[in-house]
Ligand binder design. Sequence first.
Ligand code: B1M
Length: 220
Amino acid sequence: MPDQLFEAMRQSVIDGAPDTATELAQQALASGVDPLEAVNQGFAAGITFAGEQFGCGQIYLPDLLASAEAMKAAMSILEPEMLKQGSQREALGKVVLGTAKGDIHDIGKNLVATILAASGFQIFDLGTSVTPEQFVAKAKEVDADIVGVSALLTTTMAGQKAVIEALDRNGLRPRVKAIIGGAAVTSKWAAEIGADGYSRNAIDALELAKNLMGKGTALA
Ligand code: B1M
């Protein structure tokens, strides 16, 4: 049954069908499916496929936009469920999050925000196309422990470097840790720009953030 449900979720995103995606997300919650599994095995698989189709010219931007809308519709049902757990957890630290300047992709960044919040981190989400100055100002204002910058485009990865440089210029590091992620980002790039950490997905981002706060499960 979950396999069929996951396949239907994937297809609803490929079809760009927000109403179907909403219904399937509700059905998943009603039948006790872990919302994170619904995202990873169902909806995110659909958006990844749509991205591949777009990348090789099989579909056009309006189709990709429709897929993103369907993905967002599902997330709006699943995210509150994931967040419910966060308020009962020990406070782990403050994280300022955003997508790099010039980049409007936010589905993955929002998933990272939800998973960190659900685990007890306090999240200050600056949204998309965030300048280095905005990251620095928010980090100072809330006395952040971690600043996280997402980038999905090869052209906006330079924005991650600019944020790290701005944190350094303002004397915020090494106390404030800088982490990066996003489809185009690699550990090599993270090392090159002196980031304190990189993760491939939202689950790893949680482990990384916990480790940076000295509350992880990984061995030092
Ligand atoms: Co765009 N797009 N897009 N797009 N889009 C990509 C990234 C692309 C790879 C598609 C392709 O060509 N195959 C390509 C980039 C090529 C490149 O630079 N290498 C691309 C392009 C070219 C573009 C436009 C330029 C298209 C155009 O206008 N001609 C344009 C750019 C607009 C802009 O930003 N200025 C554009 C627009 C769009 C839409 C608006 C249609 C839509 C975004 C909707 C939205 O986000 N609100 C969109 C989408 C949906 C995609 C793809 C298909 C899917 C991205 C996504 O949501 N994935 C994407 C192809 C792909 O990645 N396969 C693509 C699902 C999400 C759960 O995964 O975002 O990777 P992801 O996040 C993961 C991890 O990366 C990680 O954890 C997340 C959860 O596990 N992670 C972090 C992310 N951030 C992290 C931060 C962390 C740690 C981990 O710490 C801080």
